[in-house]
Design a protein around this ligand. Structure first.
Ligand code: AMP
Length: 456
């Protein structure tokens, strides 16, 4: 797998030296900061080199290649402009992706005079032929229909300066390798090549070896790291108010089939007990339960009769449930990779899912580790009435359990604060912005205070 070449936390769009018309389009789109793949890919593509990027949908990869391509094409006029002779070819596996990518090209290129076009099969070829009689700078296409046009001599690929293979792994899965090879043979030797793939099988490596010239390597999200269909949210809350917040979230949104993760068996039991008291049907599932009890709980959970399952990471590993609408991290895991496993229970196979994390001050360091691993910031949602009290200090998480576990009450501000490894640093944009209604300005405690921007 390619190694990350650098991180992007500090980079802004202004640092990327994109042309003004692109900066305007970026501002119109409402983007404030480049995503990690953008921060890494844009300078590399602008420099003109080949690129092998491990990035999946949802990472912002499309803008990652579209923006620098638009910049390069607009900076230099076509050597030999002719109708139906694109300068950039973007191949995608499906028509949906092709349409989506071309829409991005239009969005980001709206203040530039460049023209784009999308072509895919399953629709009448005539309008595409007509469009090819005009200027086409950027062509987004699926391989089959592209070859149809080549066969009809309506398309001239001899002017391609930049080639992008988007979702190359899916193209190979869909059996496009021969088509891709045919297309490659039609392109000028001298060109820039960008290959995007969510995974790196031997087949992809072989394709990359034959296609790319001394490529730069970037990787921004591991396979399944944060699948595109999972909406992730952080709910800042004090440790002893987690249970009340969870109850409110479940009731307010009428969540069903909620898998709630705690750090310990004891915590799972406690929480299930308390949720039941709050009128939410819940059961803890872990190794101490008999197989019969677990089977019954699972069956009831699947039918929706049991609203909530509380589990530890280990217990959850042994149960066959996925594609859940809701996964809740009642407590963040000590090991960042476990977060990825946990949220992987939701949003699979085309079903949408939501992964919510209730995060108290003790867990800021764990959250940072998770965000570093998944290479994105998780949007923060502050539920009114649950703003963390800035007087509460971070406490160490002992034996995998902090004091708020299972709703056990704890007095506030008892002066028992103990520094945690790494110290609870404020999140980005958090400094000096205590949550409203809690003695603003007094608290030295870090406050999660970031509006949910990017990330889905
Ligand atoms: P993609 O991975 O290219 O499919 O992009 C995923 C989503 O992220 C799209 O809806 C984009 O509009 C959005 N997006 C891309 N770049 C940014 C950014 N820098 N800030 C916020 N959203 C972005």
């Amino acid at each position: 797998m390619p190694e990350n070449i650098r991180t992007s936390n500090e980079i802004t769009f202004a640092d990327l030296n994109l042309a003004q018309p692109l900066m305007r389009a970026i501002a119109d789109a409402g983007y404030t900061t480049p995503t990690p793949v953008q921060a890494q890919a844009i300078p590399l593509v602008l420099a003109g080199g080949d690129l092998l990027a491990g990035a999946q949908t949802g990472t912002g990869k499309t803008a990652g290649f579209t923006l620098p391509i638009l910049h390069r094409l607009s900076a230099k006029p076509a050597a030999n402009p002719r109708p139906g002779r694109p300068r950039c070819l973007i191949l995608t596996p499906t028509r949906e992706l092709a349409a989506q990518v071309e829409e991005s090209v239009q969005t980001y290129g709206k203040y530039l005079p460049l023209k784009s076009m999308v072509m895919f099969g399953g629709v009448n070829i005539n309008p595409q032929m007509k469009a090819l009689r005009g200027q086409v700078d950027i062509l987004v296409a699926t391989p089959g229909r592209l070859l149809d046009h080549v066969g009809q001599k309506t398309l001239d690929l001899s002017g391609v300066e930049i080639l992008v293979l988007d979702e190359a792994d899916r193209m190979l899965d869909m059996g496009f390798i021969r088509d891709i090879k045919k297309i490659l043979a039609l392109l000028p030797k001298q060109r820039q090549n960008l290959l995007f793939s969510a995974t790196f099988s031997d087949e992809i490596k072989a394709l990359a070896d034959g296609l790319l010239n001394n490529p730069a390597l970037i990787e921004v999200a591991r396979r399944n790291a944060t699948a595109e269909l999972i909406t992730q949210k952080i709910y800042p809350v004090d440790r002893e108010r987690k249970r009340a917040l969870l109850t409110q979230l479940i009731k307010e949104h009428n969540w069903f089939q909620v898998l709630v993760f705690t750090r310990t068996k004891h915590g799972a039991n406690n929480l299930a007990e308390h949720l039941n008291k709050d009128g939410i049907t819940a059961m803890a599932i872990h190794g101490n339960k008999s197989q019969a009890a677990r089977t019954r709980a699972l069956a009831e959970f699947k039918t929706g009769k049991l609203q909530v399952l509380c589990a530890t990471d280990i217990a959850a590993r042994g149960i066959d449930i996925s594609e859940l609408p809701h996964v809740v991290n009642y407590e963040l895991p000590n090991v960042a990779e476990d977060y990825v496993h946990r949220i992987g229970r939701t949003g699979r196979a085309g079903s949408e899912g939501e992964a919510s994390s209730l995060v108290c001050i003790d867990e800021h360091k764990l959250l940072k580790d998770i965000e570093r691993l998944i290479k994105r910031e998780i949007p923060v949602v502050q539920i009114p009435g649950f703003e963390p009290d800035p007087r509460i200090k971070a406490e160490p998480i002992l034996n995998g359990q902090n004091r708020g576990q299972g709703g056990r009450g704890q007095g506030q501000g008892r002066g028992q604060s103990a520094p945690r490894a790494g110290g609870g640093q404020p999140r980005s944009g958090a400094a000096g912005k205590p949550a409203a209604g809690h003695g603003a300005g007094r608290g030295a405690a870090p406050v999660l205070h970031r509006s949910g921007g990017r990330g889905r």
